[in-house]
Design a protein around this ligand. Structure first.
Ligand SMILES: *Cc1c(COP(=O)(O)O)cnc(C)c1O
Length: 439
């Protein structure tokens, strides 16, 4: 029998995260204070984020950072996640490519987001924080944070983008099961929310707006910190557990990836699976390609500009040097809610600029077509976000079929889609459309 899944035992788990900033030839440009426009120091972030997370955010010197023991212990509840050889998908495509995927959908909350949520909640707890706030788009981050908050004994307040609050009621229920307080955004509970609703009472919300609301709450509330599920460098740092495990697991499979692929919202699951392999491109002359798959309707990497921009709609956050569609960009209501964000993290933005990675954009209908093919071939219904990575992987596998090459393709299955069945219903009924970008 051929080996299908590669698993690491608890004592084989990586004990450190990988910080690519330390190895980058061109470091990311500094984050700028929104008021003074001066480069940020970690202390400037302390009012909003836990101190250790603020230091991790700007750490450009340590290649590896220890994973605290209590976080590692919680990781063992679901890690390692399996590295899976996609024999079923290879057969369905009749491709000579060797396709592997890292199955982050087995986490208790169904996505990779828990890898950073546990770390963030832990550091907040250690620093005496009582409440944590955040925003959530599709609901995966809010779910992960709600669970992580309950694990470490914190209260969580989650602003959920209104469109997904309405489209995905069970996400809200799951967050409430974990004890979180969930508010649809924009709401009247913050100045940022009120301002937007005054101009446009029917606004369906966006991640940018929900971030403004959560940051505002953190600033106004004692012992309260804000947490973010993507975009920032410390989030991607925590996600490198994915690629570090995959590196060991690929070794067990006796292969090394020629191409690494992940979907792209703010860059955390992409960086998480890619950076440990990209390290070998930077340091050891490996030639692996890295492909970020973004939605055609929100194409910051392929059609955005590299410039300083705010991370949120209102302009509360520091200015970030990134590929962006502009912080006022309002993304189409695609079902891959986790990919509806106007900008890319500063590390990936610099790496894209310097040619270490590529980006491709995927139409909504192509993403669901790929997702259904994958579901039938491998038995897992993927998250609409992950469908973008699958579609990009299929494109590469079909190129291998044309050229007859047996390339090794590795993609990240960032989450399952069992909470997204209304989107699949609409796709199967022929009611979904593509959205063009006309920015
Ligand atoms: C949040 C999310 C994404 C996008 O976020 P990144 O930070 O770009 O990884 C992708 N897939 C799933 C399942 C998500 O929950």
């Amino acid at each position: 029998m051929k080996t299908k899944r590669f698993i690491l035992q608890e004592n084989e788990l990586p004990r450190q995260w990988y910080n690519i900033q330390a190895d980058m030839v061109n470091k990311p440009l500094p984050l700028l204070h929104p008021g003074t426009k001066e480069p940020l120091k970690p202390e400037d972030l302390y009012p909003i984020f836990a101190e250790e997370l603020s230091r991790q955010e700007l750490n450009q010197t340590d290649s590896f950072i220890d994973i605290p023991e209590p976080v590692l212990e919680k990781y063992t509840y679901y890690r390692s996640t399996p590295l899976v050889r996609a024999y079923g998908l290879e057969k369905a495509l009749d491709t000579p490519a060797h396709i592997y995927f890292k199955n982050e959908s087995v986490s208790p909350v169904g996505s990779h987001k828990l890898n950073s949520a546990l770390a963030q909640a832990y550091y907040c707890k250690m620093e005496g924080v009582k409440n944590i706030t955040t925003e959530t788009g599709a609901g995966q981050w809010g779910t992960a944070l709600s669970y992580a908050a309950s694990v470490f004994g914190l209260d969580a307040a989650v602003y959920q983008v209104k469109i997904s609050y309405e489209q995905k009621p069970y996400r809200r229920s799951v967050m409430q099961v974990f004890g979180a307080q969930v508010t649809p955004s924009p709401s009247m509970s913050t100045r940022a929310g009120k301002d937007i609703l005054t101009v446009n009472p029917n606004y369906q919300g966006s991640l940018g707006t929900a971030i403004s609301e959560a940051v505002e709450l953190a600033q106004m509330t004692p012992d309260c910190k804000y947490t973010l599920g993507s975009v920032l460098s410390h989030v991607t740092l925590h996600q490198t557990i994915i690629g570090l495990e995959a590196e060991k697991q690929m070794e067990m499979a006796g292969e090394y990836p020629d191409v690494v692929i992940a979907c792209f919202g703010g860059g955390s699951n992409f960086g998480g699976i890619s950076f440990p392999f990209m390290r070998h491109n930077i340091l050891d002359g490996k030639k692996t390609r890295f492909i970020a798959a973004e939605p055609a309707s929100c194409p910051k990497l392929t059609k955005g500009k590299f410039e300083y921009d705010f991370g949120d709609e209102t302009g509360y956050t520091p200015l970030l040097p990134m590929f962006t569609l502009g912080h006022k960009f309002s993304p189409a209501n695609i079902h891959a809610g986790g990919l509806r964000y106007h900008g890319a993290g500063v590390i990936v933005s610099q790496l894209l600029k310097d040619g270490y990675m590529e980006a491709t954009d995927i139409e909504q209908l192509d993403s669901f077509k790929a997702g259904c093919l994958f579901a039938k071939a491998e038995g897992i219904v993927p998250a609409p976000e992950s469908c973008h990575a699958i579609a990009a992987t299929i494109n590469e596998a079909m190129k291998c079929k044309e050229s007859g090459e047996s390339k090794v393709l590795l993609f990240n299955l960032s989450g399952h889609g069992l909470m997204d069945m209304s989107a699949y219903d609409q796709y199967l009924a022929g009611d979904l459309v593509n959205f063009s970008y006309n920015g």
